[in-house]
Design a protein around this ligand. Sequence first.
Ligand SMILES: [Zn+2]
Ligand SMILES: [Zn+2]
Length: 1262
Amino acid sequence: MSSSDSIKWRRDIRNTITANLITSKFEKNEEGFMPHGLLEKIFENEKFSIEKILGLTSSNEDQDLLQFVKTSPKLFGIVALCQQDEYSRRRAMQLFKQHHYDDTELPLPEPFHDQDSDRTSVLATFEEDLNNTDEPIWEDWNVKEFFDAQRMFLTPRFDIRKDNEDFDRRIILPFIYKDVMPNKGTFGVLYKMEIHSSHIVGVADGEAFNPLVAVKHIIPKDKEEHQKIIKKWIKEADALRSMNKLRNSHIVRFITAFRQIGSPHNDMHLYLMFEWADGGNLRQLWRSPDMAKQCRSLARAVIEQIKGLASALNHAHNLPEGLQYRHGDLKPENILWFRGNGGLGTLKIGDWGEAKGHNVKTEFRPNNTTAGFGTRRYEASEVVTGLRTGRTGGALNRRSRLYDVWAMGCITLEFLVWLIYGPGGLEIFNASITGDPDTFYQIKQAGVEKVARVHDVAVQWMDDMAQDSSCKVGVTALGNLLEIVRQELLVVEVDYSVATGMPASRPMTPKPAAQSPRNLGVPDPKDTHTLPRSQLTVPNSSGAATKVSRTTQGFGSKPVRGKGRVRSDYFHHRMEEMVTGYDDDDYWSIGSTFRQIPAELEQLADDSRKLSAYRTEYQNTGMSTLDITEHMTIDYGKLRLGRDWTFNFDNGVASSIFQAVRKFGAGPSTASPSTAQLCYECSQLRDHIWRPTFRKLYYRDDLQSVALSGTCQLHSLFWRTCDQDRGAENDTVSFENVNSALRLNGGGDPVLNIVKDHGTVLGMGEEVQISFPELLPAGSHGHLEIVRQWLSHCNEKHINYGCRASKHRSTASGTDRPTRLIYVGEPGYNRVHLYQSTPSDTEPWIALSHQWGPDRSKHFSTNSSNVDDFMEELKFEDLPKTFSDAVKVTQELGCKYLWIDSLCIIQSGPRMDFDREAKRMEMVYSGAYCVLAASCASGHHSGFLQQRNPSEYLRMSTGVGNDANYSICQTIDRFNDHVLEGPLSKRGWVLQEHALARRTIFFTEHQTYFECGGGVRTETMTQMNNNLAALLGDPNFPAILSTAKLGERILRFQALYEQYSRLALSRDWDRPTAIDGLEQRLLSAMQLKGGFGVFDGGETRGLLRRSLLWHRGDEEASLQRIKSVNGKTPSWSWMAYTGGITYFSLDFKMYDWNDVVSPWTDGARGDTALVATARRFELRDKSEAKAKFKMDAGEGVESLQGLCIVLGRYKGDMSVDEKTHYVLLIAPKDNSARDSVVYERIGAGYLLGADMMHEEGEVTIV
Ligand SMILES: [Zn+2]
Ligand SMILES: [Zn+2]
């Protein structure tokens, strides 16, 4: 071919391909795709044959290539589009063949973006060893064309035998028609779509498959957790799959579930595909004018359909192997109408979104699940009255299978109304069932119990229907159906053992009391067992009240009429009974005229406005939703700041970390492809354990014996995990997947993390954390790169969190920079030295938080004699390991300045400036770029970049025989243990260093943690949050207090001071100093006066009183008064003592506060004077409920009488004598001078008013 021919030809093939593309309507921006199999047809055409396009000869080599190209028509099609000439096309195909890339490799991964390297694609790597003389065939422009073109050829086919698929977001899906349906499903949007017929596979021979399908796009409700939605989607798909297996013709057929992944914003795109119901739903059937015309003649068809629905319910409720599903949200909108060829068509139960699957065992677990969605119209009464188990007293699942039976009762009744009174009658009936909620039952409060009965209006309508000649019990089909509704379906009484499917409990349990009068109206089971229709009786119209009773019958193979509402198997059986064997016309015929609605029934339909409102509601939304949201009010009296962490992961950040770390090698060498040795049972878990729905229960003994046999590494890991944890206490232990981590027995913190290798996909619904199974070596480039990524993510994303120090901040202490800093320069800089700051400096600094270590002789610090040398040079080799590690990290993080207290403050000698510099800590820590916390360094010489404690993990693979692509790791995310309770945090100074720091990197012996306003990040890529730690982690500490309610403020500062009082200080008298910066911060943030660990809220009287009401911690034998250097700290301040303190916990808003003059009150009597009225007391009853004293000096010194000042007195209706009084116990300051008016605090406590004696007048406490 000549060159011009080639160009012309290329245009032809492009035109041909373009002309054959079909438009996908799935996305808003419609794109073309190549229908399956069409490309092959194009190349079969003589004009565009492969031989011609590539210029192939009959040589062996060419014939080999031809064979390869025939197996890869898509690659060939793409190449035909983006290569100019015969040579390039041929070479391109040769390269693919040579590198074993065929159609199965598609899509090729897009070129990877990396700031430090050029974009490289697989295509370019094919040509890496190209001779200089050769021109490359893959260049930027056609590489890009390749990635654009490959999309049109990769449109997948839906295999209707397959459960589900994940599609890359960029893949074009083969839907050629799309229309949004106004009906909302349980959650999400419903579309009518058509699949291109060549993109459906798996249709059995002779089976008809309608390419029109219903596609439900699941959309999360506001703020609903990612994981919750995924779980719902998986659960619904699981339920639907089980339904499919039943092959019941009255259950909507589920086709497949699919998900789009890889969206840049991590949006949720989850879908479920069903067969298309051409008639809409049952509500629409009732409203159809066409159906209205013939409805009287459709009685038999209606009853056949109800029988069919009963069979569907029966099958779903009683799956093989003890499995069961209940629908949980049956309503006319969820019963779909397939019109078929004339007549009524077929009704099928759809929307199993609320379905709950259980095996018999687990259903019995006391469980109070509420679905949270959907209408309450068809809700059964036990939702309100409750079901209780006799055995455990716990609440049972109120949406049991009998709940579905109730809903079918409502729907069947509506069907009857429709047949007997016509569509208009049904509207009026529906408008008459009113109430809040507008259910088919009504609730009456009987003492403490709630008693339900069938709605009066429904009962009246049923009574009226029973008068109609077409509705004669035992004579006509409708009469018998009505009887089934009122005697068997719309029955409020439920038998809990039937509800749960549990066999009866111990035989002696039924008490005479269970036969209460409320059992009225329920036929004896013996009598109704095989009830001939002639024996059906006219019912008692009141309906039976709810009363739980027991029978020995579970849902079983042989339907038996139990007590109360019947099970679906019995309902099904009754429908079969009434349909078969009665072919006489009289039985089925109901005449041609609708029954007149009696005036009194019509009046029940509230008023016409209500009626039309009802109509509008149903017509517009297709459903009536009454979502009940609970308005939570926080009761600070009960608020306790928890130590519970939430654990999440962020694969966006994890991916960028992995890409950055890849520069330093591919990650840890230990991420081996070989998988753990597993027993058969565990090898079955490999495709489940990472799923959000995974939960597995073990008997502890079984777990142990398999583990100890040494045959299975997963069993062993599970065993060790539960043995180390509290799971060991129970006979059974369960592992449950929550956010890509396993938790023991459904609670607590994670014990095992499921992490996958970067760039792998495990399967449907995966929500798996990307992480290394093993940490990178401490101090390695990779390790510090992770820290750098944390900081840069925080720099970029946390602009509003205040994680970064503002460059222009002024403080009360003058200049906003540390007096001295260590200049570290860039990595490898060899003249580290002390540096005197100047006012014009702006470069950021990093501060070190560390402990000095016990051996004072080994402390490395600046003093008056070495400071000048240090200004010249701090010899790197002389630096203790902790400091040299800090220098290294500072350099690696790109900071040039480092602040270390022992070096930047002159610690001793004539030039010592400790006292001045100690007051500037607030600025040093809060102004730092970040703080390095040497958590694992016990002193100056230990260093903190040391090997971390190893942790256990197993490598796993999806599918048998594959390379490992994920891991199960022992959880090492324990911020409480490793940081908050760690050795460094035991040091007094560190509390404010941590609190004042905007962001801190904690180097622990287990792993590195990063804390900023966004929470805590770990090296394992976990993200942790906690409301207690959030105060210390707050970059603008304590900003969260400035908006907090008073109660929360009090609890938070109390928790902080209780914590601080337990921290160690090498010099006791530093106790007020080492927290001074923090206290100043608290005071200014809350705009309060105060000091000495006390806040004075002025008019807000509780604040001062509560902060004075601290007492000796239970673990302290006594509190020692600190011999303060200047002796200024008053006795009523906990800062005057060593040892831990605890605050009295007084219920909020329950106390009246007495007058106290503090040093911050206007007209104060001195800097440390507390002035109040003293009272004498005498304890008569020392029982703890009435009185309790905690003496500061310890137990055994309390006396039964003495002096106190009253701070708070309990509110309430009792007499003053009965009220609890909170007091400070006081004694004259100098015992030798009895007439002294100056007092000291000696303890605190509470006592009753009855023990209070006369007032002693005003006293001063210092
Ligand atoms: Zn095993
Ligand atoms: Zn941040």
